[in-house]
Write a protein that binds this ligand. Structure first.
Ligand code: CAO
Length: 416
């Protein structure tokens, strides 16, 4: 089956998570992604958090599937020459080095454009160009703090809190993938490449859009009625942390189910959707609330919202999270069990849809990973193993026209 990105050659100069998540997705969709790694070491995640000695760590294998690996020392003249040849033949170069590293290597945007005017050069940095922090190196949690996620996550009486979801890393990679695909479509019209840049701060902030909404509402009216601080608590002049509040027009909370005393994940998320009030009352055995003026409108309910949640928790006390959702779904109530990584890994629906996949690997045996979350009618992305360090060096060099002797010479000077 031909894939939409067949024929697109990508130089994957990425490491850790933000860049690799982007190029992995493009590889699933058919691009030839050549991961360029430093000889002898490679991407640092190959050896970070290893669970098997001397074997590529899951951190690496789960972010670099479907790629080829070329080892290349791009600080050596011989390595630079290889990279130049590769640039001339490729469509996209993706990088997420620290600020200025690519320029110091001799591959500025101007130089890359000179080598290949059709080249799309895509970068992830912590902060956008010209930002007063644009010299900073950035990791996930730094970005979550700089992008507004941390100040708005957690409970009001606790410190700013980091999300486990990779809002700074993989999220930025996804933004970059959209940028690259847009630039490819643009190039098909103009014949010209371009520079695509995404900062981690901007990508986090983009997902915190609703919190900037709330900041402006707060400044205008002085309170936010969907936050637990309303109506009894106090608001300052900044968006507070709202615990597990719904955050939109529908109040919601994480509620205890049977077994919560011993199982830290025996919870469901319950949403009190306005138009589902009647079914909620029926499901809870509280028909008297349906037409009670103290409960019948969203506005009337807000001052009692924690009393309502306590009533729901009393109803949940003899039901597991799965039993509860099975009852509530019949009443069309938006809710879900709080699922653990173990439950997700074993979920038959996720296995069947290809969202959780088992991948055979030359050295690890089989490992689990998250497959494409994007589903197509005409494409079923297949996930293949991440490459071993330098596994495709000879192939790639031969494809660039290097003879066996030249490859030997490159090895001798440790350029590959
Ligand atoms: N051959 C020769 N040199 C290479 C090379 C290769 N194949 N690949 C990388 N290098 C060199 C770079 O040129 C750079 O050299 P100089 O600093 O001497 O110019 C050096 O390796 C270090 O690169 P780096 O700054 O990217 O690496 P780091 O470990 O110090 O920092 C990180 C890591 C992630 C903090 C930084 O890359 C960064 O801020 N990236 C942008 C933001 C980002 O993507 N962060 C998310 C990472 S996922 O959590």
């Amino acid at each position: 089956m031909t894939k939409p990105l067949d024929g697109i050659k990508i130089i994957d100069f990425t490491h850790v998570q933000a860049g690799p998540a982007c190029t992995q997705m493009l590889a699933w969709f058919g691009a030839d992604v050549i991961k360029v790694e430093r000889p002898g070491a490679g991407d640092v995640t190959r050896s970070q958090l290893r669970d098997i000695p001397n074997v590529d760590a899951l951190y690496f294998t789960m972010l670099n599937s479907n790629k080829r690996s070329l080892t290349l020392d791009t600080k050596k003249p011989e390595g630079k020459e290889v990279l130049e040849r590769l640039v001339r033949e490729s469509d996209v170069l993706v990088e997420n080095f620290g600020p200025g590293a690519l320029d110091r290597m001799g591959f500025s945007w101007e130089r890359l454009k000179e080598l290949n005017p059709k080249m799309i050069v895509a970068s992830v940095k912590g902060f956008s160009d010209g930002h007063h922090y644009d010299d900073l190196k950035v990791y996930e949690n730094v970005a979550q703090c700089a992008g507004g996620a941390a100040s708005t996550t957690g409970f009001w009486d606790g410190p700013p809190t980091i999300s486990a979801a990779a809002l700074g890393d993989s999220n930025t990679g996804m933004h970059l993938a959209i940028g690259i695909l847009t630039a490819l479509i643009g190039r098909a019209k103009t014949g010209k490449g371009q520079k695509v840049a995404v900062s981690m701060q901007d990508s986090v902030l983009n997902l915190c859009r609703v919190k900037l909404r709330d900041q402006q509402r707060l400044e205008r009216v002085g309170y936010l009625e969907e936050y637990p601080q309303y109506p009894h608590g106090t608001f300052s002049d900044v968006v507070p942390r709202g615990g597990n509040a719904g955050g939109g027009g529908q109040p919601g909370w994480v509620l205890k189910c049977k077994g919560w005393e011993t199982d830290p994940n025996a919870y469901i998320y319950f949403t009190v959707q306005g138009h589902a009030w009647e079914p909620i009352c029926r499901a809870l055995g509280k028909p008297e609330w349906i037409n009670d003026p103290a409960y019948m409108t969203a506005e009337a309910r807000q001052p009692h919202i924690f009393e309502i949640f306590a009533t729901i928790e009393a109803w949940l006390a003899d039901k597991t999270k799965f039993e509860a959702v099975d009852i509530l779904r019949k009443f069309d109530i938006p809710c879900a069990p709080v699922l653990t990584m173990k439950e997700l890994a074993d979920d038959p629906s996720l296995r069947a849809s290809g969202t959780i996949v088992e991948v055979p690997h030359k050295e690890r045996g089989t490992y689990l990973t998250v497959g494409s979350p994007i589903k197509f009618s005409e494409l079923k992305p297949e996930v293949t193993a991440s490459p071993l360090l330098g596994e495709h060096t000879e192939d790639v060099l031969a494809g660039l026209g290097y003879t066996k002797q030249q490859i030997f010479n490159l090895r001798e000077v440790k350029a590959v």
